[in-house]
Design a protein around this ligand. Structure first.
Ligand code: ADE
Length: 238
């Protein structure tokens, strides 16, 4: 997979790309990441990428020219059609099914905005999907792009140490994850549930399923409603 990030702050991404699961996926060649500075596509001598809004109002708006040119230049650098994702609080709310969908593509372009927003013609004049990582406003799309990259890359086959560990993640089957324990068996008076020490894999699997359901019922009942709704993401037997 290839992911290109278009940003005014490419340096934000570098330490992340060297660390952890994403770093390992990069060094093993599972994913190739390109960082492009939108400012390199500015034309004036101040290298401006933003301007004041028509009609007045506070803040600055990211201008069309450098963004269009950056996206077009990166899109022309290789064969194929990238999926272009504009990070914005106005986009589709990201969830695990959106992540799975993105992880199925060969090439993503993540476009990070700054200032008060994008010139509307960036939304309407370019083939982009708008994606939000949550109902709150960040000062730029960079933190959102990091979230998207992390969530997508860990789904690539081979990215996680254990081939099946993404399968057990929270949300993968529409439920929160069951509680996990490791050594010691007892810590400050808190014991590991006996069933996990029983060696009975059938019982352990049933207990985990029940715990996942119960935890979801308590903390995120909305997820259960989604599962039960006609056309909801998945049924109990999936
Ligand atoms: N840019 C600013 N806020 C954002 C959000 N919540 N999601 C994605 N991109 C953003």
């Amino acid at each position: 997979m290839r992911i290109d990030v278009l940003t005014l702050f490419p340096e934000v991404f570098e330490p992340f790309l060297r660390s952890s699961i994403v770093g390992r996926a990069v060094s093993s060649g599972l994913v190739e990441i390109g960082l492009t500075n939108i400012r390199d596509f500015a034309h004036d001598r101040h290298k401006s990428v933003d301007d004041t809004p028509f009609g007045g109002g506070p803040g600055m708006v990211m201008a069309c020219g450098p963004v269009f040119e950056a996206v077009e230049s990166v899109s022309a650098q290789r064969e194929g059609q990238p999926v272009r994702v504009l990070l914005t609080p106005q986009g589709r709310l990201m969830d695990q099914s959106a992540v799975r969908e993105l992880a199925g593509h060969e090439w993503l372009i993540l476009l990070c905005g700054h200032y008060e927003g994008f010139d509307e013609r960036i939304r309407v004049g370019m083939d982009v999907r708008e994606l939000s990582i949550g109902d709150y406003v960040l000062s730029g799309g960079e933190a959102a792009a990091l979230v998207v990259m992390d969530a997508v890359v860990r789904l690539l086959p081979g990215a996680l140490g254990h081939e099946d560990s993404a399968e057990h993640d929270s949300f993968t089957d529409g439920l929160l994850e069951y509680p996990q324990y490791t050594r010691p068996r007892e810590f400050r008076g808190m014991a590991v549930p006996d069933i996990l020490l029983s060696g009975d894999h059938g019982k352990i699997a049933a207990w985990r399923r029940e715990q996942a359901l119960e935890r979801t019922r308590q903390r995120r009942p909305d997820l259960l409603e989604d599962r039960e709704a006609p056309g909801g993401s998945r049924g109990e037997d999936d």
